[in-house]
Design a protein around this ligand. Structure first.
Ligand code: ADP
Ligand code: MG
Ligand code: ZN
Length: 452
């Protein structure tokens, strides 16, 4: 039996304002319900105004994933009833998403097809308080909530409501959890390279939903299990591995797993049934009447493309070629743009001092300097003093010392009479002649040897 896995990934975009209102989208760790307005609270009559930057970033993300950008697109209402969604519907995209038919290549050469990348709004955050743990709790405003029956209660924080979310949906092209992990790392790296999201798992910037089934005959199974809202790459791997085991057992008994949505329980190390899966028809999708459809001119798309930052794949190619680095070194230096930029700054500074990129790369790889503490110029100085001992051979030092002693007979005399300043002068002269690239202690030793 072969695993069949498709992925849905939500990425929160770090635009300044929310998707359909002017509230600040920078909500993490902020006092609950302070980043709200009638639009993101879903009050009747409030009208959404789409965030241009968020749409542009969604399109850029799609282009980075090799998607086509249809010239027509629109928003739709996805209707469902849940306390985290005050309007009773989520503004999303149904049949005309911003980006379609992309792909991404894994290191094994395997190609994962990306079905679509669309734009939607995030929901509010529910905070569940369990009754038997606590019966009163102070809200951030200092108000006490009492629950006499001790049944527990839920609070809603609307700061996250309406934050822009891009959703990336793959075809069911994965057959193992390792490939899923690599794909997720690539997506995270691309989002960070484009500077459209911090893609920080712990902060919930990136949320993952694997769909898993098992195929007996190589065909797409008629059922699938969706594991919702996972916030760690490790948990996705574990959830997939667990589901493969669970579904294998069911199928071996001659049964078919029930199509449903499950959640990952890290404490119990298993997935847990949440609800039987809804159909698209349950959502009663229809076009959002308050937002006009979007029509792109070709020039707008090409303009966006030209504004896109260099992608990981391009940077990798360029580093390898321009700096003649190994695959391994290039991989490490281009993993994050902060390291890549640091390396290139050092290369620029090193150029004037004849220190080549390879040497700088090796030094960064071996010494792992702290980027915050050792600025690129300092790094280059460190490399200079660390490498010259090996490069300037003893013979060269000896010849220079001889020359300097010959041309400074007065200083030599003074030194012999015990004047330490004369030695400093001679060392300085040798250093200057060697362009300062040598350890002064080595020079002193060479002078003393010469005058023995
Ligand atoms: P839905 O309409 O229920 O959201 P979709 O067909 O749109 O289902 O697919 C959602 C995700 O599930 C996609 O990532 C897709 O690749 C994946 N998927 C579809 N069928 C299967 C299957 N049989 N097994 C595993 N994943 C699947
Ligand atoms: Mg789905
Ligand atoms: Zn708002």
């Amino acid at each position: 039996m072969k695993p069949v896995i498709g992925l849905e990934v939500h990425i929160e975009l770090k635009t300044r304002s929310k998707m359909f209102c002017g509230c600040s989208a920078d909500y993490f760790g902020k006092k609950p319900n302070t980043h709200t307005c009638p639009v993101c609270l879903g009050l009747p009559g409030a009208l959404p105004v789409p965030n241009k930057k968020a749409i542009e970033w969604c399109v850029m993300l799609g282009m980075a994933l090799n998607c086509k950008i249809p010239h027509f697109s629109k928003f739709d209402r996805k209707n469902y009833f849940y306390p985290d969604l005050p309007k009773g519907y989520q503004i999303s995209q149904y049949d005309e998403p911003f980006c379609v038919n992309g792909s991404i290549k894994l290191s094994t050469g395997k190609k994962i097809r990306i079905r679509r990348v669309h734009m939607e709004e995030d929901t509010a955050k529910l905070v569940h308080e369990l009754g038997n743990q606590k019966s009163t709790r102070s809200t951030s405003s200092g108000q006490e909530i009492k629950n006499q029956k001790d049944e527990g209660y839920s609070l809603i924080d609307f700061n996250r409501s309406g934050v822009p979310l891009a959703e990336i949906v793959t075809e069911p092209d994965f057959d193992d959890a390792k490939d899923v992990k690599e794909y997720l790392q690539k997506i995270q790296q691309i989002a960070r390279y484009l500077e459209i999201s911090n893609a920080d798992m712990e902060k919930g910037d990136m949320r993952l939903e694997p769909n898993i089934s098992l195929s007996k005959d190589g065909k797409l199974p008629s059922y699938k299990i969706e594991v919702k809202n996972i916030n760690s790459f490790r948990f996705v791997e574990k959830a997939i591995e667990f589901e493969i085991r669970r579904q294998t057992e069911i199928l071996q008994k001659g049964q078919t797993p029930i199509q449903e949505t499950r959640g990952w329980d890290e404490a119990k190390q298993k997935t847990i049934s949440q609800r039987t899966k809804e159909e698209a028809s349950d959502y009663r999708y229809f076009p959002e009447p308050d937002i006009p459809p979007i029509r792109w001119a070709k020039s707008q798309i090409s303009n966006l493309k030209s504004q896109m930052r260099e992608l990981p794949k391009e940077k990798f190619k360029r580093f390898k070629k321009d700096y003649e680095l190994s695959d391994y070194d290039t991989e490490i230096l281009t993993r994050e743009t902060t390291i890549a930029d640091y390396f290139e700054d050092a290369v620029r500074i090193g150029k004037n001092k004849n220190i080549d990129a390879k040497k700088i790369a090796k030094f960064i790889m071996n010494r792992k300097p702290s980027i915050e503490e050792v600025l690129p110029a300092k790094l280059v100085r460190n490399i200079e003093s660390a490498t010259t001992y090996v490069n300037i051979n003893e013979e060269e030092i000896k010849i220079t010392v001889k020359k300097v002693l010959k041309n400074n007979s007065q200083a030599v005399e003074d030194f012999k009479k015990g004047k330490t300043q004369a030695l400093q002068y001679l060392v300085g002269s040798v250093m200057r002649a060697l362009k300062g690239k040598v350890d002064p202690r080595v020079v002193i030793e060479a002078i003393e040897n010469e005058l023995k």
